[in-house]
Every structure is written in C-alpha cells, then in structure tokens.
Design a protein around this ligand. Sequence first.
Ligand SMILES: C[S@@+](CC[C@H](N)C(=O)[O-])C[C@H]1O[C@@H](n2cnc3c(N)ncnc32)[C@H](O)[C@@H]1O
Length: 374
Amino acid sequence: MERYFATVAPGLEAIAAEELTQLGAKSVQTGFSGVAFEGDRALLYRANLWGRTLFRVLMPLTEFSCTSPKQLYQEVRSLPWQTYLTPEQTLAVDCTGKNRALNHTHFSALQVKNAIVDQQRQQFGARSNVDVEHPDVRVNLHIHRDRATVSLDSSGSSLHRRGYRAAVGTAPLKETLAAAILKLARYSPELPFLDPLCGSGTLALEAALQAANIAPGLFRDRFGFENWPDFDATLWQHLKDDAKTARRDTCPAYIGGSDMDDEVLEQARQNAAAAGVLSQIEFRCRDIRDIEAPSDRGILICNPPYGERLGDVQELRSFYRLLGDIFKQRFKGWTAYVFTGNRELAKEVGLRPARRIPLSSGGLDCRLLEFELY
Ligand SMILES: C[S@@+](CC[C@H](N)C(=O)[O-])C[C@H]1O[C@@H](n2cnc3c(N)ncnc32)[C@H](O)[C@@H]1O
C-alpha cells in the first residue's frame, strides 16, 4: 500500500473522494484542493485511467518542515533520486504554495531542481536535462505554511487534458469540471441529457463518456508513471484492455447538445468524433428560443455566457430571464442546472434554486444552480 494525493479544483474534493472510493481507494481523506488516499500500484494506474474529476495523482516521497531555501535544498538532496530517475531522463519541477521564506514558486522549484541535479552530478558525473513541457519525470513541490511535500507526479500532464479535444470554443469548461458538474447533478446514463448552449460540447461529451462507460484516460498518449523505473507494463496493458472491454457501444438514453453558433458546433462534432461518441450525441444548430424538450423528463445543464464586457450586462439580464421562462414553460418534469460565474445574472432566472453549489472555474468563483421544474 502506498499513500497518494489527487489534486482537484477547489470545491471538487468530496466528489473526487467519492470517485476514488468507487475505484477502490482506501483511507480516503479530503483536504484543500485534493484528496489523500491509499492503494496499490493497480489503483494508482486505475485512478489515472478512470478518474474523471482529478487533475493529477501525486505520490508523496517526503514531507518536512521547511523555513528556508537551504533547508529545502538539503532535504531534497538527501532523497535517493537514483530510485526515481536516471541522468538520461529529463526532469521538470512544479511548485504550488508558498510561505514567508519561500514566496516565489519558481525560485522554490529551482531549489528542488538544483538539489536533484547536484546529487546526480556527484553520483554519476551526469545530470538530467530540464524539459518543462514533456519531461520523463515530473516532480511536485507543495508548500503549505512551514511544511513542504515533495512528490512524484504519476499523471505527467494534467488529466483534464483527455486527448480527445483538439478544438475548443471561446469559453470551454475544463473536462474535469464538466465531469464533476454531471456527478453533482446526479446525471445517470438512463436519463435524457441536454445542453442547449453546448459550445464545443464539453458537457455533452463527458455525459456520453460516462454513459458509454469509456475511461477518459484511454485517449491519452502517455502518463508520468510509464517512465518510472517500477513501471509494470503488463499490469497497465491489462487495465487498459479491461477498460476497452467495459465500454458500451450505445448510450441507454438521449444525449443532445445545441448551440446557435455553427462554428463551435463543428468543433463539438470533431471532439465527439475523436472521443468515438459522435453517433451517441445529437448536435443541432439552434437558438435556445426554438428549443423543445426531447422527452418528458431529463437533465438539462447549461453554461450560459456571463460576460466580461460591461456593455453586455443588460443583454445578458434578459437572456437569463429568457432561460428561466424556457425552463418553466417547456421543461416540466426536468431538472435544470445553470453554471455561471455571475451571481447577479443568475438571479434573473427568476426561479428558486433547490441547490446552490459553489465551484471554481479558472480561478473565478462560480455557482451551479439546480432548478426542479414541476
Ligand atoms: C460559455 S459558452 C458554453 C461553453 C461550453 N460549455 C463549452 O464547454 O464549450 C456559451 C455558449 O452559448 C451559446 N449561445 C449564446 N446565446 C445563445 C442562444 N440564444 N441560443 C443558442 N446558443 C447560444 C454561445 O454560442 C456559446 O457557445
């Protein structure tokens, strides 16, 4: 059993903990922007392959009190780095968090990098080169108050980069956030799903991936753990084969996405094709004013524009009012969700939300509002 830590967007800790528990994680504990858990190597691989709401899965190597750059350097240099990487492999160090003595993440990351390569030079007379984009081994430093944690990043690049999305609309949701919104909305594949403002289709696509039981990690080229010395290629292949077998060919219920912008819809179609779910989603070019419910019950989730420019506000107010009217008049029997970064605009929907769930998107404080439509 190893101890791991999955990083997630703030607000998604509980939903990620649920997901990890379902994957078989033990001693699951939520923290700020992350979830600590225990498991074996198979679980580590499964969390990377199946985790829909996780950014990265880290394997902590050490945690220590850290109140100066020198202390950080010495602690990192005392770790057995030859166990984790060879001088031929490239390296990157990410840093999150700061304290009084280490208040520049870039500088802190540099201390860690120097400690590792100095040790390598002394031991092997050679050192790892730095590759910030596509390193063989990614090391993570997290500083919280006077504690520092040094971890290996088993994911490599963030897991929200599923690999199916080449094309993005103007304000796309992160795939991990879209997956979490669906879980918070208690989406289940037996329920019809509609996003009438779908943009590049992130919500509809993530719904289709869940409905067809497709592991989101199947689209990625590479994970960090594949470069670790203890990488078990047979186990990994086995888990990927299992995931391919688990896939359903058809989704049990309707999944639809519409938008009035034909260009972003084309992106949505391309993304759905790359994820192999194009035939499972009905994409239509439609103004929301012309929308009708495709069935007498279901889940509608949308992420309306919330406007950065001041001049938009009046127009957006009437748009949110229109949303409320459409929900009330045409979606009786449905549950509707609005995800927005503008709470004033949200009030214009004019319906009483059954739930208001705080979430964050790109550092912006957002809300997911639930409306039961009778
Ligand atoms: C914030 S974006 C949605 C982004 C989407 N969630 C994604 O991940 O790509 C809002 C979308 O609403 C669409 N939209 C705005 N007004 C609309 C209307 N009246 N009818 C249909 N779509 C509309 C825009 O074209 C835009 O794609």
